[in-house]
Structure formats: structure tokens, C-alpha cells
Design a protein around this ligand. Structure first.
Ligand SMILES: Cc1ncc(COP(=O)(O)O)c(C=O)c1O
Length: 393
């Protein structure tokens, strides 16, 4: 074949991508082995039945056609209302654009703010697609690590040190994947200050905003930030709709209006019947409270089961769908630990280093399994650690 573009070849440079343990565990499970999968962030339950019904009704009612590029008006209105709740800033429908999932909102945010050869700062540990999203824009980026011993809270001084004359944006994510850390108001204020002083965009990935436990603080609400903050939202986590591919981006009106042309040449708008179902789910909060309660209960239960495990330290783990365990006192090589755990106990977890250096020596454990399975995984972890120690001794 003729040569593909450097653009697509460079999005995921060849070689290791950090997901090897997950894909091995997954293939072995598919082949019939009894493996507990705690390596991915997809719900173990279906989308709320009310949302499914709304979609079936929309299909039956003939909503099969092209839609407005930024989203049908009722969808933008419902998304704007939720943005008002999520960010604490009154949001109008023309300040949001519907996208196929949070990932497409991230893509749009990066495409919309950073030109080829310009620079961004990304706070780590981060969601696995972030580097590729910058590479797809031809952008350079600097990773600024948070520290495990600071509960993975970002350090604004370290972020500011990474600012160059070419920097256009900072990307943060709270509640955080993979650490479960929820950034404090103080941390966000300090980052906002850097953005204002250096005239930067703040790309704020808030897809886990309903799973943070306490009050959600969006940097968009901080003084002078609404004009420079782009908030990434999604129905995947909050509404139990990962496979529906629906999310949105919130930002200043003129910016959103420019982004409509990106939809013109990429998605050409959202699917009609999915948009209608999403409107109903958004207007009625289908699933939000139940899903948030479910993950909070699982997290509490799992952390209780981990408590007292020698040399395992819980870091972050305040929100989102994951728990982060520091196992470096047992085995500093988190990948080696994850492989050995899979072999010995048939539990698939993610090595923390897959998410950047800051999470090395950690395991990311997904709470996307019923409580009984999580308890069994905790039991296997306890057993594994005692055996690992004995063998090492
Ligand atoms: C931090 C973060 N941002 C964005 C996404 C993308 O979500 P989606 O495209 O399913 O809406 C995910 C998915 O896991 C995530 O963890």
C-alpha cells in the first residue's frame, strides 16, 4: 500500500502501550478461564432501562435522520443544564457542543486550542488516550507528575515550570483516572492562577464528576476562568452509557461556534435516536444517583477489605471508578507484580506505570465488578502478597 500519513502513524507509537496485562487477562477469560477482570473502567451493569426504552421509542418514532451539527436543540439545552450543575456556571445551549463520547470532546478541545508544533502540559497520572490526543494534533506536550505521597494532588509550581512560550493549554482530570484523586479547590485555584497569568486554556476533563463523593469543584467556576476553560463531559460514566458514545464540550460561545466546523468534517452530527434518548436521560437524571451510590459503596467496601494489608498503601482513591494501591514496598516493579498476580491468582489489574511514572509502584484496580467479586479479589490479593513475600524471603 502507499505510505499512510505520519499523523495517524504517530498517534500510538509502535511498541508497548501498557495494556498488555489487561489484554492477556481478557483473552484468557474469553478462552474460558475463571479470571477476575479489574483492569477496565466499563460498568458491569447495563444502561438504565428507562434510557433504553427512550431509545427504542425514538427508533420506532422514526428518528432516523441527520441531526444539527452541534447537537439537536433539546440535547444542547439538556447538556447546558447539566453543565450548569457540574461547573456551577450558568450555561447556555450555544456554549455546549455534543460529541460522540468524552473522548471526542477531548479531541475537539485539543484540536481547537493547540496548533501543530505548539505545546501543552498534561498532569499525570493521566487517562491513557491523552498523549495520543496531543500527537493527533501535532502538538508537543510535557508531562508534569503529581506525587503519590501528596495523594496525587497537582503542584501548580511544577506546572508553571513547564510553561514555555509555545504553551497553549493545560489538561487536568478530576476526579482522576487512574488515581481516583479528587483535586482540592486549593489545587485548582493555583492551576487557574497559572492559566490566567500565562493566558492559557485549561482543558478540564470532568467525566467522573458525579463519582467524586463530595461537592464537585469545576475550575470553570473560578474567577476569570469561564473564558479560558473547556470542560469535557460524558454520559458514559455518570449515566451508564459507555457504548452509546455520547458526551459534550462546554466552553466560550465563540469557541464552540468555531468547533461546529470540526463536526462538519468529522462526525457530521450525532445519531438521531441516541440524541433523543440522551435528552430524556439528561432531563430525568436516569442512573446518576444509583450509579454514584453503587461506586461509593464498592470503594468503601474494597478499601475496608484492603485495610491492614501489610505494606499496601491506599493513595488517591477518593472518587471515580478506581482504587490506587501502592505496592512498592512489596515489589517496586508494578508490571512484574501485575503479571505475577494474574498468573498466581487469576486477577487482571493495571500496572500503575501504564499511566505514567507518577503511578509506578502502584496497581489501578477497577471497581466495575459486583461487591462479592471485589471481596474475592481482595482476598486473593492478600493471599498473593503473603506468598510473594515468602518466596522473596
Ligand atoms: C478520564 C477520562 N476521560 C475521558 C474518557 C472517555 O470517555 P468516553 O469517551 O467513554 O465518554 C474516559 C474513559 O474512560 C476517562 O477515563
Amino acid at each position: 500500500m502507499p505510505t499512510p500519513s505520519n499523523r495517524i502513524s504517530g498517534i500510538v507509537p509502535s511498541g508497548k502501550d501498557g495494556w498488555e496485562v489487561h489484554f492477556t487477562a481478557w483473552s484468557r477469560k474469553q478462552a474460558g478461564e475463571d479470571i477476575i477482570m479489574l483492569s477496565v473502567g466499563d460498568h458491569d451493569f447495563h444502561t438504565p432501562s428507562e434510557t433504553v426504552e427512550a431509545c427504542v421509542n425514538a427508533v420506532r418514532a422514526g428518528h432516523h435522520h441527520y441531526t444539527q451539527l452541534p447537537g439537536i436543540p433539546a440535547l444542547r439545552a439538556a447538556m447546558a443544564k447539566l453543565s450548569t450543575r457540574c461547573t456551577g456556571v450558568e450555561t447556555a445551549p450555544d456554549e455546549v457542543i455534543a460529541t460522540p463520547g468524552g473522548q471526542a470532546a477531548l479531541y475537539a478541545a485539543v484540536q481547537g486550542t493547540i496548533d501543530h508544533g505548539e505545546h501543552a502540559i498534561v498532569v499525570a497520572p493521566y487517562y491513557a488516550t491523552y498523549p495520543g490526543t496531543f500527537r493527533a494534533a501535532g502538538a508537543d506536550f510535557t508531562v508534569v507528575e503529581t506525587r503519590a505521597e501528596h495523594g496525587f494532588q497537582p503542584d501548580a509550581a511544577a506546572i508553571e515550570n513547564a510553561v514555555t512560550p509555545k504553551t497553549r493549554a493545560i489538561l487536568i482530570n478530576s476526579p482522576n483516572n487512574p488515581t481516583g484523586a479528587v483535586y482540592t479547590r486549593k489545587s485548582l485555584e493555583a492551576i487557574a492562577d497559572v492559566c490566567r497569568r500565562h493566558d492559557l486554556w485549561l482543558l478540564s476533563d470532568e467525566v467522573y464528576w458525579t463519582l467524586g463523593g463530595g461537592e464537585h469543584v469545576s475550575p470553570r467556576a473560578l474567577p476569570g476562568m469561564a473564558e479560558r476553560t473547556l470542560v469535557i463531559n460524558s454520559m458514559s460514566k455518570s449515566h451508564g452509557m459507555t457504548g452509546w458514545r455520547i458526551g459534550w464540550l462546554t466552553g466560550p460561545r465563540p469557541f464552540i461556534s468555531l468547533l461546529i466546523s470540526l463536526n462538519l468534517v468529522s462526525t457530521y452530527g450525532m445519531p438521531d435516536f441516541i440524541s433523543r434518548a440522551a435528552v430524556e436521560a439528561l432531563e430525568n437524571d436516569y442512573g446518576i444517583a444509583e450509579i454514584a451510590e453503587r461506586y461509593a459503596a464498592r470503594r468503601t467496601m474494597f478499601l475496608d477489605a484492603i485495610r491492614g494489608m501489610n505494606d499496601v498503601v491506599v493513595r488517591g482513591s477518593e472518587g471515580g471508578m478506581y482504587v490506587m494501591l501502592d505496592i512498592s514496598a512489596i515489589e517496586p516493579d508494578d508490571e512484574k507484580f501485575a503479571w505475577a498476580f494474574l498468573e498466581a491468582e487469576k486477577v487482571g489489574v493495571m500496572p500503575g506505570s501504564s499511566f505514567g511514572e507518577a503511578a509506578a509502584g502502584h496497581l489501578r484496580i477497577s471497581m466495575c465488578q459486583p461487591e462479592s467479586v471485589l471481596l474475592e479479589a481482595a482476598r486473593r490479593l492478600r493471599h498473593f502478597i503473603s506468598m510473594y513475600r515468602r518466596e522473596a524471603a
